[in-house]
Write a protein that binds this ligand. Sequence first.
Ligand code: NDP
Ligand code: DGY
Length: 329
Amino acid sequence: MKAAQQLMKVFVTRRIPKDGLQALSESGICNIQQWDSDEPVPKEELLKGVIGAHGLYCMLSDKIDHEVLQAAGPNLKVISTLSVGFDHLSIDEIKKRGIRVGYTPDVLTDATAELTVALLLATSRRLMEATEEVKNGGWTTWKPLWMCGYGLSGSTVGIVGLGRIGLAIAQRLKPFGVKKFVYTGRQPRPEAAAQIQGEYVPLNKLAEESDFVVISCSFSPETKDMCNADLFSKMKKTAIFINTSRGAVVNQDDLYQALSAGQIAAAGLDVTVPEPLPTDHPLLSLKNCVILPHIGSATYATRNTMSVLTANNLLAGLKGEQMPSELKL
Ligand code: NDP
Ligand code: DGY
């Protein structure tokens, strides 16, 4: 066992699954300091915690910006995030400082795709509204025209971002009898598309043709507010809009207008701006909007695997070795 002063300081910004913490502690190379809470570390504690750190184990709610990097100082060699999304990291600043970044692609793809399908079905078949009616006495009898929604069979599904998760969503939806997949992105993805016989189309065409629009792209300045009044105006009145990527891809005021005016049928969101969404937010007043608290990857097994991968990325970075999942900067 090395003396404490020879160990490398690692700051962990949250309580994490025990296997992840164990991987760090059993490595014998780190002196772990942790914000041991289920709640995010306050900025001032983060600024204190990172001082002199060699490694930072963080998550998507921690904004790792110039101020944090300055506070950390020149020791900081590796940032490992418990997420596949990395829009909370100031990549340009990180790159300038030669810091390596680990993240968690692939291991959460299945869980997130599964949740997206659950959200899509809950939204299109009005499950939240329906269970509410059971509880409040609104269920008086079986009625032919009551609680009808939209089915996947024979539908066209549009995937915005046919990446790892986008493809996994499409693969899961296919057996429901989807007639056609269209997708969009910065360029065609022929290999992925071949697996679902998907057609590459511009975003506007996808909006016009799709019965279900599923957003699974990454967040960037380019995708910010991509789903706005203009896009909603091109969608079918019967269309279902689903977002499990990042909240800021959607202009929420425009979505509220589109949903309340009946311009589109319903929306299901796993991600919002801000998170948590204030409980008096207008979107929460709409029956045709289902909102989940960013639980895409939330299965016990997935979060455990993510925590270990995040630890292993960090340890490899600290040792100057190849990381299991390193973000190419
Ligand atoms: P990938 O990198 O595999 O996929 C990202 C996709 O975004 C690519 O298909 C890319 O397509 C597309 N994309 C990027 N820029 C644009 C653009 N300007 N217009 C349209 N499409 C674009 O990542 P993953 O599939 O693994 O993850 C996707 C995102 O899902 C993450 O970045 C994260 O934000 C979110 N996520 C949310 C979770 C949740 O809990 N709700 C869980 C996990 C992830 P192309 O390169 O062809 O443009
Ligand atoms: C991610 O990994 O980017 C998700 O949003 C949480 O798992």
